[in-house]
Unconditional design. Structure first.
Length: 242
């Protein structure tokens, strides 16, 4: 695989057994993703978004086809990060936020600046077990600016954040990805967030068992975060996910 390709997906499909026989979540999906791309993954509940992330993270096996990274990112020390919905495996309950960051920090000035900032914040001295869902998400997303990752898979990382905090998190994640040329695949339910963050969209259709992909012309538009001027975007996403 050449250096202009981070991920190659070829005729990917996944089915689950049911009492009525195999049920396909999606089939026949092919795509080539360049390094530094942010992919927004959307679809109805139960359509297969989390399953697709698991396939990309190499913790599940395709029923047909393949997905191949340009490097062994999800081997130990490979530079791949997979943050599941709920975040439970990612934070140590008895450590405070500042301790987490100090364990992760390296010699980069951006990392030292982040740690200093969080030490001054109200979250720094609090143990993870005492944090609300939104505070845990903010702490974990802050750590993504410290950890030297090359690929990041995120399952609804902003679900517990209010509007103002989710906007800050969106801007921070996009800035980190573009600075490091890291590749991101992220599941989001708020379509305005998808419009601002994602370079390209992958939309899973539950009825057609397909994944439609297209480049996003609204990406980086801050008005998109507020849902302004997105009528055409909403119509297209609705048609691609039904």
């Amino acid at each position: 695989m050449n250096t202009s390709t981070a991920l190659k997906i070829d005729q990917l499909g996944y089915c689950v057994p049911t009492s009525l026989g195999p049920r396909w979540l999606f089939r026949g999906f092919s795509r080539v993703v360049a390094p530094g791309t942010i992919v927004g993954l959307v679809g109805a509940n139960g359509s297969g978004k989390t399953t697709l992330l698991k396939l990309l993270a190499e913790v599940a096996t395709p029923s047909e086809g393949s997905c191949e990274w340009s490097h062994s990112y999800f081997s130990p020390g490979g530079g791949g990060v997979y943050i599941r919905q709920g975040l439970a495996p990612c934070l140590v309950p008895w450590l405070d936020v500042g301790s987490h960051l100090e364990l992760l920090v390296d010699d980069r000035p951006t990392s030292e600046s982040l740690v200093r900032g969080l030490r001054r914040s109200q979250l720094s001295g609090q143990k993870v077990a005492t944090l609300s869902g939104g505070e845990r998400q903010m702490a974990l997303l802050g750590m993504l600016a410290v950890v030297p990752w090359r690929v990041c898979l995120l399952d609804e990382p902003f679900s517990a954040l209010d509007g103002q905090r989710s906007q800050k998190a969106l801007v921070s994640l996009r800035s980190t990805a573009k600075r490091t040329r890291g590749t991101v695949v992220i599941v989001l339910h708020r379509w305005a967030q998808v419009a601002f963050l994602a370079d390209e969209i992958w939309a899973i259709s539950e009825s057609r068992k397909t994944i439609t992909s297209w480049f996003n012309p609204w990406v980086g538009n801050e008005q998109a975060m507020e849902g302004k001027g997105l009528g055409e975007f909403y119509v297209k996403l609705h048609s691609d996910t039904i």
